[in-house]
Design a protein around this ligand. Structure first.
Ligand code: OGA
Ligand code: NI
Length: 337
């Protein structure tokens, strides 16, 4: 059983197996400034929301939404419940903490590949599915006692917000109404990241550079910064805004849109003074859903032509590719005739 980073007491230096090699550690880029060009989109302003979302998704693959209709107090309450999970006694955390891939609700440290990864991540994570709610809610943590009710109500609202954003995206891409409103969005996964303070943040990472292998991610931050996005080969920081959600385009939406929308690489850095918690809600297909590039979107010259594949198949290739996007796309390319 590996020890959760949040259970370490008073750590003064970074253990060797948490130090990233110079080419992937944050180093000088630890404190890059907040990007003022990542769009902040007001969902109440219906005049040109669709165009703004498409522009942001084309240029950055990232944007923030405000006036999304989810009350600030519900965001704060849910964030507080998530934080409490990581403050629970060790015995409780360890009883839910299994390295078993089949366990639906898990608390683990670093990544699900702890045994084989070269360098460990400076984070603990709580992860479980949340849609359809009836299927999963009874498997969630029972402590804190408000967890199931609070997170359940909140995740229904997040799922609705995800549908609203995907509706706007399908409109902006000229896809038929309700394009994503089927088993393409048949599941949602909640992944709560907990990054304790780290004595040498320039050497470590909470999450290494990656793209999310889903449709879109809705991320709630707790006010502590740490999220960075790769824009034109430069790392920029995403400012945590109190009443906003960060939206990023996942790998699958890039594939479905034939590269019209981009899935940007991003990572999470740590800091030496504050614990940071973030909650990612991944909007994802059902396991057996067939994914294919949208026929109504024209081919782009620089985007490979991909075959249809099952979501489950995609996830396998995604994890096998270890973050190498070219390798992943090669494995999904349509046979040439
Ligand atoms: C993720 C992710 C960023 C963060 O969970 O996939 O990118 O700021 N999280 O925690
Ligand atoms: Ni991510």
């Amino acid at each position: 059983m590996e020890k959760l980073v949040s259970n370490w007491s008073n750590i003064q230096s970074v253990p060797e197996n948490y130090i990233f090699p110079p080419e992937t550690r944050p180093g000088e880029d630890l404190k890059v400034p907040f990007s003022h060009s990542i769009p902040i989109i007001d969902l109440n302003d219906r005049t040109n929301t669709t165009q703004q979302i498409i522009k942001a998704a084309r240029e950055f693959g990232f944007f923030q939404v405000i006036n999304h209709g989810i009350p600030l107090n519900e965001m704060k309450e849910t964030m507080s419940v998530f934080k409490q999970v990581f403050q629970m006694p060790d015995e409780y955390k360890h009883s839910s903490y299994l390295d078993d891939d089949l366990k639906t609700c898990k608390i683990f440290t670093s990544s699900l590949r702890y045994e084989t990864e070269k360098v460990h991540l400076w984070r603990d994570s709580l992860r479980h599915p949340s849609h359809p709610l009836e299927q999963w809610q009874h498997l969630w943590p029972q402590n804190p006692i408000t967890y199931r009710e609070c997170v359940g109500n909140f995740s229904v609202k997040i799922k609705d917000l995800g549908s609203r954003i995907l509706d706007l995206i399908s409109e902006g891409l000229d896809l038929k109404c309700g394009y994503f409103d089927n088993d393409l969005t048949g599941s949602m996964i909640i992944s709560v990241n907990h990054y304790p303070p780290c004595p040498k943040p320039s050497l470590t990472l909470g999450l290494p550079k990656h793209k999310d292998p889903y449709l879109i991610t809705i991320l709630m931050q707790d006010g502590v910064s740490g999220l960075q996005v790769l824009k034109d080969a430069t790392w920029v920081a995403v400012e945590p805004l109190p009443h906003a959600f960060v939206i990023n385009i996942g790998h699958l939406l890039e594939i479905i849109s034939k590269g019209k929308l981009i899935s940007a690489e991003h990572r999470a850095v740590t800091n030496s003074s504050h614990t940071r918690t973030s909650a990612a809600f991944f909007i994802a297909p059902s396991d057996d859903c067939l994914i294919e590039p949208a026929q109504d979107i024209s081919d782009e010259n620089d985007h490979p032509i991909l075959k249809s594949f099952k979501y489950k198949e995609f996830l396998k290739e995604f994890f096998n590719a270890h973050g190498d996007t070219d390798l992943l796309l090669k494995s999904l390319e349509a046979p040439k005739n």
